[in-house]
Design a protein around this ligand. Structure first.
Ligand code: AMP
Ligand code: MG
Length: 534
């Protein structure tokens, strides 16, 4: 494979070549009608510095280490200079925020640089986040701070390595500029270091791109966008037509369901599942006030902006995705004019999710196959037990894998199983004898269930450890890396990026990265509480 220099990147900017542009070219904030995007240049910054890059994403773009470590790379992916075929633009979309229609939102702090075709002819769109204002910035500045950029960069790559569909991150570059943020919107603004992340995905199209056109009654353009999307991102569906629109929506329902199953598997809480933050490719997109479950609590959300309603709490994500799909269905209804097929597709979301969830739970528990007659109860009781006392979700499944239940569990083995699980609790005082009794009952039932599968301990152990990660981007780990990065020391970012490359494999000397949340992090900003201010 030939390694490319930046100048050799082959651009094929379909989105802007095939869809209509905003006629206005001045960069002021406005409502943009009858257009899918506005041309806009990134804002230049004074002292860009490469904080980190992802070698895996670089490889997708046929770029090597030397190129990524060059000054030209930093200048390009901070937005200071454009390659010859780059035509930067921001796209127009709307969305429902926290359940309410919000009208036009758009790429307020994202600027697309173009789409490249790599040597395998794969299409990758490049997008800078935090590179300055666009016509869609509304009252905000178009910038991003280092802390939130570290979080987006690391989490994109961590999710990929976990096997969760996601947009990717090529680079994280500090700008040398300061950005004012009031982290908790409580009258305490602070100057924070700014940064730009270059995100990479086959397409950044969101539910909201369709919604804004439908809301405005721009049905010709809505049709154009859906035809474009099918031809470019879903060519396997065939020629665009009303039946293809239904096949397309059905596929969006399926990939969205699959994505949510993955989130529930690894304990990821997105935090802001507004319809503008939903990718039509079923990719996790827009890493803002997301978080990772530490103690298993379906009611938890890291987003303080959502503290009252907790609309986007962990346990509610499957229903929210369904609701969001309903909004997309409403948006494309005028092109289909039949309710039933859209309803059928929505139903297929529920079926895909349910089946996916069962398979996921079977894998997490090391069962050969999910058998509803026994395993519905097994899972239901487990999910109650995990909440009785503060139990680290990630470590629970890793410790459970270590317990050999291939012959069931006798009384002595049950005692030893409790011992194996003793390390995963946050508040040891919560472990009462009642709790232990209930856990033992469950383990006994579980042991019998495993025994009935007649598989070796090793086989089950290996299966469980390929779906239950040991290393996830724990909220406090990201914050420790951010604290260092804000002092100009990027080693924490590099080390986390490295460990999270192999989330399922125990790595020598990396115990601190799988440790449960320390007590100091329980109430610290950035560790358990985040806001949309980023
Ligand atoms: P989010 O909640 O991050 O998904 O953002 C919702 C909308 O606000 C999107 O249109 C974003 O582009 C926009 N937005 C968020 N932060 C900023 C910012 N600092 N400057 C401009 N637009 C922003
Ligand atoms: Mg967003």
């Amino acid at each position: 494979m030939k390694i490319k220099q930046l100048v050799d990147l082959k651009f094929d900017n379909r989105f802007i070549n095939e869809l209509p542009a905003d006629q206005e070219t001045i960069n002021n904030r406005r409502q943009v009608f009858k257009a899918c995007y506005s041309l806009v240049h990134p804002t230049k910054v004074s002292k860009p510095q490469l904080v980190a890059y992802s070698k895996e994403v670089a490889t997708l773009l046929d770029l090597d280490t030397n190129t990524c470590e060059s000054d030209e790379f930093t200048q390009t992916f901070v937005g200071n200079q454009l390659l010859a075929d780059m035509v930067p633009y921001a796209t127009c979309y709307g969305g429902h925020q926290f359940g309410h229609w919000a009208g036009q939102l758009g790429d307020g702090r994202a600027i697309n640089l173009g789409e490249i075709l790599n040597q395998q002819n794969q299409r990758w769109a490049l997008q800078l986040k935090g590179a300055g204002p666009t016509p869609y910035s509304r009252t905000a500045d178009g910038l991003a701070v280092l802390r939130s950029s570290v979080r987006e960069f690391l989490c994109s790559e961590a999710m990929h390595h976990l096997g969760v569909p996601t947009t990717r991150a090529l680079s994280l570059i500090s700008t040398g500029e300061y950005v004012i943020r009031d982290m908790f919107y409580n009258g305490n603004p602070k100057a924070e270091p700014g940064a730009v992340v270059c995100r990479v995905a086959p397409s950044f199209t969101r539910f909201g791109h369709f919604q804004i056109l439908a809301a405005r009654g721009e049905l010709d353009l809505l049709k154009k966008l859906i035809n474009y999307t099918i031809t470019t991102d879903f060519p396997h569906l065939g020629k665009p037509a009303p039946e293809t629109y239904i096949a397309w929506f059905t596929e969006v329902c399926r990939t969205t369901a699959e994505m949510i199953v993955h989130w529930q598997r690894v304990g990821f809480v997105h935090g802001v599942m507004n319809t503008d933050n939903m990718s039509i490719l079923g990719l996790t997109i827009d890493y803002g006030p997301y978080g990772w479950l530490e103690n298993y609590d379906p009611g938890w959300t890291p987003n303080t902006t959502d503290a009252e309603q907790k609309r986007y709490r962990f346990g509610h994500q499957p229903q929210i995705a369904f609701w969001n799909l309903g909004q997309l269905a409403n948006a494309i209804y005028p092109l289909i004019k039949k309710e039933q097929p859209l309803q059928d597709a929505m139903d297929s979301y529920s079926i895909t999710f349910e089946k996916g969830w069962q398979t996921m739970m079977a894998n997490k528990l090391g069962l050969h196959k999910f058998n509803p007659s026994t395993d519905d109860d097994l899972c239901a009781e487990l999910l109650v037990i995990l909440q009785l006392v503060e139990t680290d979700m990630t470590l629970f499944y890793r410790q459970l894998a270590k317990i050999d239940c291939s012959q069931g569990l006798n009384d002595t083995q049950l005692e030893s199983a409790l011992h194996t699980l003793a390390t995963i609790y946050y508040v040891p005082e919560q472990i009462t004898s009642n709790y232990q009794e209930r856990l033992k009952q469950w383990l006994k039932m579980y042991g019998q269930r495993i025994q009935s599968d007649q598989r070796s301990h090793t086989e089950r152990f290996n299966q469980m450890n390929t779906v239950n990660p040991l290393y996830v981007l724990r909220n406090y780990l990201a914050q420790l890396a951010i604290d260092k990065a804000e002092q100009g020391d990027y080693s924490g970012v590099h080390e986390l990026l490295d460990v999270l490359r192999h989330p399922y494999t125990e790595q020598d000397g990396k115990d601190p990265f799988s440790a449960k949340r320390p007590d100091w992090a329980r109430q610290r900003a950035g560790c358990s509480m985040l806001s949309c201010s980023s």
